[in-house]
Design a protein around this ligand. Sequence first.
Ligand SMILES: [Zn+2]
Ligand SMILES: [Zn+2]
Length: 294
Amino acid sequence: MKVSPAVFSFPMPIAKVPKTMDTVKARITILAENTAKQPKLLAEHGLAYWIEYAGHHILFDTGQGYVLEHNAAELGIPLSQVEAVLLSHGHYDHTGGLGQVLCGERLVTVYAHPAAFQPKFARRSDVRPIGIPPSAAQAVRRSNVVVCPVTEPTQIAPGVMATGPIPRTSEMEKSNPRFFLDETCETIDPLEDEQALFFTTPKGVVILLGCAHAGVINTVRYVEKLLPDQSIYGLIGGTHLVEASQEQIQWTVNELKNREMRMLAPAHCTGIKATVALWQAFVDRCTKAYVGER
Ligand SMILES: [Zn+2]
Ligand SMILES: [Zn+2]
């Protein structure tokens, strides 16, 4: 079995992290997630965040595409006003809604690591494609779309950063052995494309996770490395602990306890066991991340 050669050299280039980042007071609305708790809102296995601040409209992931437009309409979110879309990685549950946000005439920049557009497969009892759906890949080729390859920390809008590839520094957080780049399951997908979004608020740094295939603690460590003078205030999103051992879940809880983190919103691929562990460990700091939460 081959592992695709991925470059995770460390330290990564940090030239694009501004010396003083603008402080952002953003409103984040969850447009797609596995759980919906308000009337008329719909859930799916996926994730999409709508980020608004200072007149900017950014979408971080798009979900599978079954609920995005519906939930946006119900929540009064002007999806057609989007100016930038950041893709956390190339799995269908984060990219499937691209066609719905890129179909207008407005110029939209799509930020993604080039590996997000590679074919991707998952093996369980069968092998199935889990990469970017063909319709979404086609939408990215529209004339109103500019694709910006993210291979290092990149500013999407003043004060809002994409991490780019995340160095895998912990022994505990390993690549998922069920993900492949080929249908014959010979080359493991290292998910080099996985990245997070972060911004600085008056309270500290907030990190938004897609699936955290690079590891939630690896992601936190990398943002700490990029912003050494700042503390992490909050962590929102998928932690991909759904298949983690009890040992890894406890290790993750301890790593987060060691930090002055004030807000946690575990979501999507966190899984029930890890969600329970996080809520029990941070009972006064955890918050919901259902569709419609702001
Ligand atoms: Zn994924
Ligand atoms: Zn996912």
